[in-house]
Ligand binder design. Structure first.
Ligand code: GLU
Length: 494
């Protein structure tokens, strides 16, 4: 690991909507890079789009980052040397810099009304021309422009792009990219309400906060020519640019959805960090999975702890090609991490999920059950539907036909259950003892093991798909098992 405290990277979200896993991947890569170098990971809130600002989104974001364990060194709540870290608290800084560009003739005031811009657009459409601002105000006399502004006339400020020029830059992941300014517009950098657009605020902050590397989603790459011109206009050195590969839908087609959907089997397909948390994905699994979405150490190592990721993370191993989201792979990782937990730790993590599902378990009542389901759950929220029958006095109604094994009838099933009862009345309630007693007895009365196990399972659990039977019996105990078998016999007699 090469330590370099000058590495300063930022995650700079705009809190307009829910915290998407795509954003979490960007935050993670920045975090890993900062920690790898012993540098700083900065959280900056880009809230200049006040129309779309959503205060709830800020909570989702901060909670999501905390759940993932991506602690930041500087940010709106923790402060830091380069604050404030919320852009709407830095408006005077942007105003000052914008004025500098105006004074130097690198930007200009645009007094065009929305109506005029609209008419221009329509005319361009009619004539099948490329749509965009026609640079009407670009050559206004600076004195006249200043006077009109002083008289309170509404205006925006636009950057003066080169009219014909190309720019080439080196992206750490994508390699060399060339843009032609001819195709671009004089973008608005300051809106008429005195709030900057993303471009101006982003560039100024990255410079003033001494950001060394910009690591962000691929969708921002088209802003580069404008940003580079801003750096140049201010006489600043741009940070190293790193654009992360797109995340695609599981089908491999199209950018990963911004909305949550459902799989054909009805399963929710989450895309927001808080949904993954609510479903019981462990942060360790999320981080491991997200890290491999566009980065790999050697194309074969799959399991990485956070410490290992920090140790190995490098920009050189970020892949330029898009990565498709894979729910099954994440489930597989989560299952793995769940199995690595101690019984005590898993029990504690499961309790709130059971409570949420209306199951009142405690550490004492749940811990004997935890090992039985540890192998079988993919998420913490899976547990409720597997353990519910342990926590009810009486099973909810179930279809008694489920009790009857194939090629048997109700009368034969009653006999099998009675035989089971005779074993369970005296057997020691422990896995191996129950196993041998039930098997031996089934054989001696001419039943196949399955013909005895299925009715017992349905009788005590209320369904066929349930955790391993013998462990289940051992935890439920003699009294409950016998009572439930009696109830099953009764229902078959009805
Ligand atoms: N505010 C932008 C966003 O919401 C930040 C893009 C960047 O990192 O430059 O993603």
């Amino acid at each position: 690991m090469t330590l370099n405290p000058n590495v300063r990277v930022r995650y700079a979200p705009s809190p307009t909507g829910d915290f998407h896993v795509g954003g979490a991947r960007t935050a993670l890569f920045n975090y890993l890079f900062a920690r790898h170098h012993g540098g700083s990971f900065i959280l900056r809130i880009e809230d200049t789009d006040q129309k779309r600002f959503n205060p709830e989104a800020l909570d989702w974001l901060l909670n999501g980052l905390r759940y993932l364990g991506l602690e930041w060194d500087e940010g709106p709540d923790v402060g830091g040397e380069f604050g404030p870290y919320t852009q709407t608290e830095r408006l005077d800084i942007y105003q000052r810099h914008c004025q500098q560009l105006l004074d130097e003739g690198k930007a200009y005031r645009c007094f065009c009304t929305a109506e005029r811009l609209d008419a221009v657009r329509k005319e361009q459409q009619k004539n099948k021309q490329r749509s965009g601002y026609d640079r009407h105000c670009r050559n206004l006399d600076p004195t006249e422009s200043a006077e009109r502004a002083n008289n309170g006339e509404q205006h925006t400020v636009r950057i003066k792009l080169p009219l014909a020029e190309t720019i080439t830059f080196q992206d750490k992941v994508k390699g060399k990219i060339t843009f032609d300014y001819t195709n671009l517009q004089d973008a608005v950098i300051m809106k008429s309400d005195g709030i900057p657009t993303y471009h101006l605020a982003n560039v100024i902050d990255d410079h003033l906060m001494q950001i060394s590397h910009i690591m962000r989603g691929d969708e921002w790459v088209n802003s580069i020519p404008l940003h580079l011109l801003l750096y140049q206009s201010f006489g600043w050195q741009p940070p190293v640019m790193v654009h992360l590969p797109l995340i695609l839908n599981p089908t491999g087609k199209g950018k990963m959805s911004k909305r949550e959907g459902r799989a054909p089997d009805g399963r929710v397909l989450p895309v927001f960090v808080r949904s993954f948390e609510e479903m019981g994905y462990l942060p360790e699994a999320m981080i491991n999975y997200l890290a491999l979405l566009g980065w790999s150490l050697d194309d074969k190592t799959e399991i990485f702890s956070k410490i290992e990721l920090i140790e190995h993370f490098s920009l050189e191993r970020i892949k330029p090609s898009p990565a498709a989201w894979d729910y099954d792979r994440l489930d597989h990782f989560n299952g793995d991490y769940i199995r690595q937990l101690s019984v005590e730790a898993l029990t504690e993590q499961l309790l709130p999920f059971l409570e949420q599902a209306g199951i009142s378990a405690t550490s004492e009542t749940l811990s004997p059950i935890t090992p039985i389901i540890q192998e079988r759950i993919k998420t913490l929220s899976d547990a409720a539907s597997q353990v519910d029958f342990f926590f009810v006095e009486n099973l909810p109604d179930y279809d008694s036909a489920e009790l009857i094994p194939k090629k048997m009838d109700a009368a034969q099933t009653i006999t099998a259950l009675q035989e089971a009862k005779s074993v369970l009345t005296t057997a020691e309630f422990e896995h191996d003892a129950l196993d041998s007693a039930l098997r031996t007895h089934a054989k001696s009365v001419g039943l196949k093991v399955g013909q005895m196990f299925q009715p017992i399972r349905v009788a005590v659990c209320g369904r066929k798909a349930a955790p391993p039977l013998l462990d289940t019996l051992a935890v439920l105990g003699r009294e409950t098992c016998l009572k439930r078998i009696d109830q099953a016999i009764e229902s078959l007699n009805r």
